[in-house]
Design a binder for this molecule. Structure first.
Ligand code: ADP
Ligand code: MG
Ligand code: MG
Length: 965
C-alpha cells in the first residue's frame, strides 16, 4: 500500500506522514521540509491547522508524465479533502461553512521564493457570501477574496502581478486611500470587480469551482519546481539530487479577523548572535506575508506578552518543545485567530556563523545535543568569517540608504575595511609608513604588489575571480578583498576610480565589506574581531564569549579529527598567527616571497642578469678541455659576471638564513616544510618600461641590458617552463644557497635551545631522476656544512621530499618515493596540469563549465575528486607501497576547503596545510570528515599523543549523557 501512496494527512493529533521514514531526514525527502515539520508538530500535539501533504514523488512523476497526474493521485486528493471536511465540519467550495485552504510548496531543502503560496483557496461568489454571513465581517471576507484572486491569478495563471497592482492602485486613488487597510467594504468590492476585469483582459477565466482552483494550484506548484528561478536557486546553493517539491494543502486560519488576531515569524534563538533568547516579530490583524512585506512595522515578539498573554505563554512553551524535539534552533511561523494560536511552519533556522557557533556550543553544554553533533553542525566553510574585522552594521546600513554603494564585486576575502584609496603598491607602503590606512585599488595584482597588499587595510580589484592573485594572497594574509568589481573604471595616471557619475580620487576614503563584496564611498567604522584581539593579548579570554565558544568548539574538533593541520606561511608573522590558530606545523613555506622584500630583489636581479652568461661560459670552459689558451680566454670573460653572480648569492645567503631562523623560532619543534625556489625567474624582473628604467638606475647599468634579459627569458607557457626543480637543475647554485641557509639557520636556533624540524621540499618533480639530482645536491651541501662545523651528525632531523603536482609525478609515485621521504600534493598545479586548465585563463570559461555541470565545482577551489583526486589517490597508494611510512600532505589552496579536506581524510593523508586564517576551518572540517567517515583509512603517521589514543577518550560530559537518549 505504502508504495503508491501520494498523499499524507495531518490533523486531529495524528500525522500519517510520521511513518514514511525512520528519521526526520528521510521524512523530508518524501514530505518536503514544510510537510515534515507540519507532521512533526501535529504528532507532538501542537496546534496545527489540519491538512495534507502531496509527496515530492508525486511532483516528480507528474513532471515526468508531461504534466499529467500519476494514477491514483486525484482520488487520494479527493479523499483527503473529504477527510478535511469531515474533521472541520466545513464544506469545500460551497455551503454555509466553507472550507478554505492554503496551497504551499515545500521541497526537502527550503528554497525561499521559489513559488508563492496561494492563500484563501475555495472562495468563490457563493462561499464569499457564506463567509460574510458566518463572520459578520464583510470587509474581512472581501479582503480575503481579493487577496485570493490576486494570488491565484498571479501565481497560478501567470497574469502580470503588475495588472493587479495597477487595478488596486486605481481604486485607492479613486477613493483617496493611502494604504490597503484604508479601503472599506465598498472599496474592496470595487477591487474585486477590477480584478475580474484583469482576468478578462488577460483572457483567463477565474474558476468558480473550488476543485478546479485546487487542481490548478497543485499543478502550478509542481511546475514551479522546474521554473528558471528554482533551477537557478538550486544551482547557486548547490542543492542536488532532489525529486521535486511537495505540496501542502492546509486549512486556512486568519490572522486578519480583527484586533484579537495576528500573525508572526520567530526564531527560537537570535539568528544573528545565537543568544538563547526568543526572537521574532508579529503584526496584529494581518495575514500571511504582511509581516515580512514591510507595509506596516511589525512589533518585537516580547511585546506580545502584553497584547495576548495567553497566546504568548503558549508560544514560549512551544518554543521550548520545538528546540528539545529538533535539538536545533528553529524558525517558526504562527497565526493567532481570535485569540487561538496556530503553528504554520517550523524549520531549522538560518543563522550567521556567529550564531551557529554560539548555539551549537550552548546546546551541547545544556545537554540538548552531543559535542559531536555540535561539531558536525557548524558550517566550517564560513568559520574564517569569525576572524575578520567587521564594518559597523548600523553605519553600513545607513551608507546603503544614502546611495553610497560604489560597486559590487566578488566577496574574495572576508572582513570590513575603511581607508584611503591608493593605486600603487609602493604608494601604499609609503603612506602606511606615515601611519595612514590605505586601501589598495588595482585593475589586478601581481607578485610585485605583495608588499603593498600586506600593509593595506584591504584590496580591491576590477578584474579577476575568487582564485585570482589578489584573492588568494589577500585570503592568505587575512586581508579583506573585493575582487573583480567590473564596474570600476580605474585610471592609474589620473589616479581616479570612476563609476558612472561617482569619482573617487587617490587619498579619498572608501569602505568595503569582503563578506558581501560591496565597496562604499566614504568612511564606515571598522571593528576588529574579538578572537584576534584575544590572540594578540588585547582582550582577555574571559572578556570574550565569542573567543571562549570558538575555543571550545575547536577543542572538541581536535579530539575527533584524524588529519593533522598545518599552515602555508612564508614569514614569521604569518607563522605566528597560524600557530595561534592551531597550526601543527608549516606545510608550505614559499621561499620566493623572501626574494621580493626590500633590497633583496636587487641582489637577486643582479644574479638573474648574469646567470645565463655564467652558465654558458662555464659550459664552454668544461668543453674547452685541455685547450689552455681557450680556457684562459673564457676565464677572462667569466671573471666579471661570475664575481657578480657569486656576490649576489653571498648577499642572499644571510638574508634567507635569518628568514628561516625567524620561522624556526616561531614553530619550535613543529615541522617546517620549506620549498626551494619555484616560480619562473622572469617574475622577478620588471616588465614595464618605467620600472625597468628604475631598476637600471638603481643598479647603475644600461636599461638595454635589462630589456635584453627580459626578452631572452620570455616564455610562451611560463607555468610549464623553466621553473620548479628545473631551475635548481639549471642553476644548482641557487638550490645550494637555499639548502645552506636552511641548515645553517636550523643549527643557529638549535644553539638557542630550539629543536627545529626542517623538511626540504623540491617542487615540480615529474621524474625520479629530477629529484635524485636535487637530493644529491642537497645532501652534498649538508655534508659541506657538517664538515665546516666539524659535526658528525646534525643535531636535528632533516627530511627531503617533493611536491606531487605534475601528473607524471603522481603516476610514477612509486619510483619517486624511493627518493622522497614525504609528498606534499600541490593541487593548484596538479589541477592546472591534470585538467589542462591554465590557472590564469580558466576564469574565462570555468563559470560556464560549472553552470553546465561539466564540473560540479570550480576545480581550483574544490578538489576535483573524479580526476585530480584520482591522481592523488594513485600517488598515495604507490607512494605508500614503496615507502610505508612516507608522510603525505596537501598544500594547495584546497587544504582549506572543507569538501577537499574531506577527500584528504578519505584517501588517508596525514595532514592538510592551508593559509593561517583557514587553519581553524581545516580543523573543523577534518573533524566533520572523521565523523562522517568514521572508517576512513586512519592516517598512519603518528599524531600528537592526546589524539593518537584510539577510541576517542572524550570525557563523557554531562552534556553527552543527557543529550543521547
Ligand atoms: P514560504 O515558504 O514562502 O514561507 P508559506 O507556505 O509558509 O510560504 O506561506 C506564506 C505565508 O502564508 C506564511 O506567512 C504563512 O504563515 C501563511 N500561510 C500559509 N498557509 C496558511 C494557512 N493555512 N493559514 C494561514 N496562513 C497561512
Ligand atoms: Mg513560510
Ligand atoms: Mg606549484
Amino acid at each position: 500500500m505504502a508504495k503508491n501512496k501520494y498523499v499524507y494527512f495531518f490533523g486531529g493529533g495524528k500525522a500519517e506522514g510520521m511513518v514514511v521514514a525512520k528519521d526526520e531526514k528521510g521524512r523530508k525527502q518524501i514530505l518536503g521540509g514544510k510537510g515534515s515539520g507540519l507532521a512533526d508538530m501535529t504528532a507532538a500535539g501542537l496546534p496545527v491547522p489540519e491538512g495534507f501533504t502531496i509527496t515530492c514523488q508525486a511532483c516528480a512523476e507528474c513532471n515526468e508524465l508531461g504534466r499529467k497526474w500519476p494514477k491514483g493521485l486525484a482520488e487520494e486528493v479527493e479523499a483527503n479533502i473529504a477527510k478535511l471536511e469531515q474533521l472541520t465540519g466545513k464544506t469545500f467550495g460551497r455551503g454555509g461553512n466553507p472550507l478554505l485552504v492554503s496551497v504551499r510548496s515545500g521541497a526537502a531543502v527550503s528554497m525561499p521564493g521559489m513559488m508563492d503560496t496561494v492563500l484563501n483557496l475555495g472562495l468563490n461568489d457563493e462561499t464569499l457570501a457564506s463567509l460574510i454571513a458566518l463572520t459578520g465581517n464583510e470587509r474581512f471576507a472581501y479582503d480575503a477574496y481579493r487577496r485570493f484572486m490576486q494570488m491565484f491569478g498571479d501565481v497560478v495563471l501567470g497574469i502580470e502581478h503588475h495588472d493587479f497592482e495597477h487595478a488596486l492602485q486605481s481604486v485607492k486613488d479613486r477613493r483617496g486611500a493611502k494604504l490597503d487597510t484604508d479601503l472599506d467594504v465598498t472599496g474592496l468590492r470595487e477591487v474585486v470587480a477590477e480584478y475580474k476585469k484583469a482576468y478578462e483582459h488577460a483572457g483567463k477565466a477565474f474558476p468558480q469551482d473550488a476543485r478546479k482552483q485546487l487542481e490548478a494550484s497543485i499543478n502550478a506548484v509542481f511546475q514551479s519546481w522546474n521554473n528558471p528561478r528554482a533551477i537557478k536557486y538550486r544551482q547557486l546553493n548547490d542543492i542536488r539530487g532532489l525529486l521535486g517539491t511537495a505540496v501542502n494543502v492546509q486549512l486556512m486560519v486568519f490572522g486578519n479577523m480583527g484586533g484579537d488576531s495576528g500573525t508572526g515569524v520567530a526564531f527560537t534563538r537570535d539568528p544573528s548572535t545565537g543568544k538563547n533568547e526568543f526572537y521574532g516579530e508579529y503584526l496584529m490583524n494581518a495575514q500571511g506575508e504582511d509581516v515580512v512585506a514591510g507595509i506596516r512595522t511589525p512589533q518585537p515578539i516580547a511585546t506580545l506578552a502584553n497584547v495576548d498573554p495567553a497566546a504568548y505563554k503558549q508560544l514560549v512553551e512551544i518554543r521550548g518543545k520545538l528546540e528539545s524535539h529538533y535539538r536545533d534552533m528553529q524558525d517558526i511561523e504562527f497565526t493567532i485567530e481570535k485569540g487561538k494560536l496556530f503553528m504554520l511552519q517550523t524549520r531549522s533556522g538560518k543563522r550567521t556563523i556567529f550564531a551557529a557557533v554560539r548555539a551549537a556550543v550552548e546546546m551541547a553544554e545544556a545537554g540538548l545535543i552531543t559535542r559531536d553533533q555540535a561539531v558536525a553542525r557548524v558550517p566550517s566553510g564560513q568559520l574564517s568569517q569569525l576572524f575578520a574585522p567587521v564594518l559597523d552594521r548600523k553605519e553600513e546600513g545607513a551608507a546603503e540608504k544614502q546611495g553610497r554603494i560604489l560597486a559590487k564585486g566578488l566577496p574574495a576575502s572576508p572582513g570590513g575595511a575603511c581607508g584611503q584609496v591608493v593605486f600603487h603598491a609602493d604608494v601604499a607602503e609609503a603612506w602606511a609608513k606615515e601611519g595612514k590606512k590605505v586601501i589598495l585599488v588595482r585593475i589586478e595584482t601581481s607578485p610585485e604588489d605583495v608588499g603593498g597588499m600586506a600593509v593595506a587595510q584591504a584590496v580591491v580589484t576590477a578584474r579577476g575571480g575568487m582564485t585570482s592573485h589578489a584573492a588568494v594572497v589577500a585570503r592568505g594574509m587575512g586581508t579583506p578583498c573585493v575582487a573583480g568589481a567590473g564596474d570600476l573604471r580605474i585610471d592609474y595616471s589620473a589616479k581616479t576610480i570612476t563609476v558612472q557619475d561617482k569619482i573617487v580620487r587617490e587619498g579619498e576614503h572608501v569602505s568595503l565589506s569582503g563578506f558581501t563584496g560591496t565597496v562604499y564611498v566614504g568612511q564606515i567604522k571598522v571593528q576588529p574581531s574579538e578572537i584576534i584581539q584575544v590572540q594578540d593579548g588585547v582582550l582577555k579570554p574571559e572578556e570574550s564569549l565569542l573567543f571562549q565558544q570558538y575555543s571550545k568548539l575547536l577543542g572538541w574538533s581536535d579530539r575527533i579529527r584524524k588529519l593533522g593541520v598545518r599552515t602555508n606561511a612564508d614569514i614569521p608573522r604569518d607563522a605566528d598567527r597560524a600557530s595561534k590558530m592551531g597550526a601543527e606545523g608549516i606545510g608550505l613555506c614559499r621561499t620566493e616571497h623572501m626574494f621580493f622584500e626590500g633590497n633583496r630583489i636587487v641582489s637577486f636581479r643582479r644574479f638573474i642578469l648574469v646567470a645565463d652568461e655564467v652558465k654558458r661560459l662555464r659550459e664552454e670552459l668544461a668543453a674547452a678541455g685541455d685547450d689552455q689558451a681557450k680556457a684562459a680566454a673564457i676565464h677572462q670573460k667569466l671573471a666579471v659576471p661570475e664575481a657578480q653572480y657569486n656576490q649576489a648569492l653571498a648577499e642572499l645567503l644571510p638574508l634567507q638564513r635569518s628568514d628561516f631562523e625567524g620561522i624556526f623560532r616561531v614553530m619550535g619543534s613543529r615541522p617546517v616544510t620549506i620549498r626551494l625556489l619555484d616560480p619562473p625567474l622572469h617574475e622577478f624582473l620588471p616588465q614595464e618600461d618605467a620600472n625597468q628604467r628604475e631598476m637600471a638606475a638603481t643598479m647603475g647599468i644600461d636599461v638595454q641590458i635589462i630589456k635584453n634579459t627580459v626578452a631572452s627569458m620570455h616564455e610562451f607557457n611560463p607555468m610549464l617552463g623553466l621553473r620548479g626543480c628545473r631551475l635548481g637543475i639549471a642553476y644548482p647554485d641557487v638550490s645550494a644557497m637555499q639548502v645552506r641557509a636552511i641548515i645553517e639557520a636550523a643549527l643557529k636556533v638549535c644553539g638557542e635551545g630550539f629543536k627545529p624540524h626542517p623538511e626540504i621540499m623540491i617542487p615540480l618533480v615529474g621524474a625520479v631522476k629530477e629529484l635524485q639530482l636535487q637530493r644529491e645536491l642537497t645532501e652534498k651541501v649538508i655534508q659541506q656544512v657538517k664538515a665546516e662545523r666539524g659535526l658528525k651528525k646534525l643535531p636535528f632531523p632533516v627530511k627531503i621530499g617533493t611536491m606531487i603536482e605534475v601528473p607524471r609525478g603522481a603516476i610514477t609515485a612509486d619510483e619517486i618515493a624511493t627518493v622522497a621521504e614525504f609528498f606534499s600534493f600541490g593541487t593548484n598545479d596538479l589541477t592546472q596540469m591534470g585538467c589542462g586548465f591554465s590557472r590564469d585563463d580558466a576564469g574565462k570559461f570555468l563559470g560556464d563549465y560549472v553552470r553546465q555541470g561539466i564540473y560540479d565545482y570550480d576545480p581550483f577551489q574544490t578538489l576535483d575528486r573524479g580526476g585530480v583526486g584520482q591522481l592523488v589517490k594513485i600517488a598515495v597508494e604507490k607512494g605508500r607501497k614503496t615507502r610505508p611510512d612516507i608522510k603525505l600532505g596537501i598544500c594547495g589552496e584546497h587544504g582549506g576547503d572543507p569538501m577537499s579536506v574531506e577527500f584528504c581524510h578519505m584517501v588517508g593523508l596525514n595532514y592538510v596545510s592551508c593559509s593561517p586564517y583557514r587553519v581553524p576551518v581545516a580543523r573543523l572540517a577534518a573533524a566533520q570528515a572523521a565523523l562522517k567517515h568514521p572508517y576512513g583509512q586512519p592516517a598512519t603517521e603518528a599524531k600528537p599523543a592526546k589524539r593518537a589514543a584510539k577510541k576517542p577518550a572524550r570525557k563523557p560530559a554531562k552534556a553527552r549523557k543527557k543529550g543521547k537518549r
